[in-house]
Design a protein around this ligand. Sequence first.
Ligand code: AMP
Length: 451
Amino acid sequence: MTADTQTKKTKQAGSHAKRTPKPPKLLRGFRDILPEDSIFWQHAKQTAFSTLLDYGYGEIDTPMLEQTSLFKRTIGEHTDIVSKEMFTFEDKGGDSVTMRPEFTASFARAYVEHGMFNRPQPVKLFSIGPAFRYDRPQAGRFRQFNQINFEIFGNDHPVADAEIIFLSYLICKQLGLDISIHVNSLGTPESREEYVGILKEYFKSKRRLLCEDCKKRLTKNTLRILDCKEEECNQLAQSAPQLVDHLDEESKQHFVAVLEHLDESEVPYELNPYIVRGLDYYNRTAFEIFAKIGEHTEDQSESKPIALGGGGRYDGLVELLGGRETPGVGVAIGIERIIDAIKKLGQKPTSQKKPQVFLAQLGEEATKHAFTLFETLRTAGIRTRANFAKSGLKEQLEHADKLGVLYAVILGQKELLDETVIIRDMENGIQEVVDLAKIAEELKKRLKKGI
Ligand code: AMP
């Protein structure tokens, strides 16, 4: 090898080292949920899960990936979600597919696809899981977020709307949240169309004062101007004609009946004519849920209410997907927002109960037996921890100490031969030898005494 080729090789190796790609990182708007945070998640999900089961809802798990047309057809082509926020791509077969931006369309598709109209009505379904929107990431807004969704199909009575709102309230209340529900009625598609015409005329005369987004909304999604967050648009919306004044008679009666149910069940609500929801499929009842934070925090910058979720009635949705005429009503509550509110209020769900016993094993043979012994303790209801990868007694006892367990169970070579095991009281260091077969019983006796 000449000196020249040698230098060339070294140079190549050097430049190769420089080109090592950066380690992969989380995508923008996506998050990892670490164990220390997961107690909040479990708390929120389990509260919703058990409440919904108690109220007769069945869990449904629909795929995260659906045909794009499902969302275009139901949510509406001109909505923010469909026009700007969907994770849509072509799969290897050339079909356009979309990561679900919400659950209701999938529920309705599943209702039609599985002939659920043949089941006793109403059909009550719930799902807890992730949804995806390619939105600008910001505080409380992620590209993958999680929702608790529950829906009632096949009941057009106002009591169904009230049940969904009541359960939203109940779940939040059980999570320690102080909430307010803002309700409105969007009427029938016909009365809404008539109202949208009136609204268009109103905003047309004020077009130049609208924000750029609302100028676009004026022709295609006029209702959304009402809940635009821009100050100017907000001001204009305050003096706009209101939907409640243009409701058809039946929708009016329906709305009043929903409110009566809410009054009766003491759900805290307020009427809000600006709640229009961003999706095309809603009719009649529309509502949004806000967590009140202000009164509970010292830092007033943290006091803005948090939008936890929203929902409403969607009587035409199932038909839109080729099913029979089936009324529907439902809600989506954001889990990230719930957790944000819980944390802002300074609450902490009771974490998992502390472990009681640490299983320490010494030597290879004892390690082989450790899983079985661990399982004996676990199935006896004793909260046990172990570190199967360690074999030194000192470090295992240090680990036990850090966990704050009451007893360590020590299984060594000698104990294995004698079919015994050592119980060590972690407080005073006193050790006793007991029969291996009686270990669970012996520990339970001691743990009981300690209570
Ligand atoms: P929507 O269907 O847009 O009304 O959303 C219902 C609820 O889902 C919202 O009130 C939020 O709690 C939650 N949500 C919607 N989009 C996001 C997002 N990008 N990031 C976090 N939570 C969201």
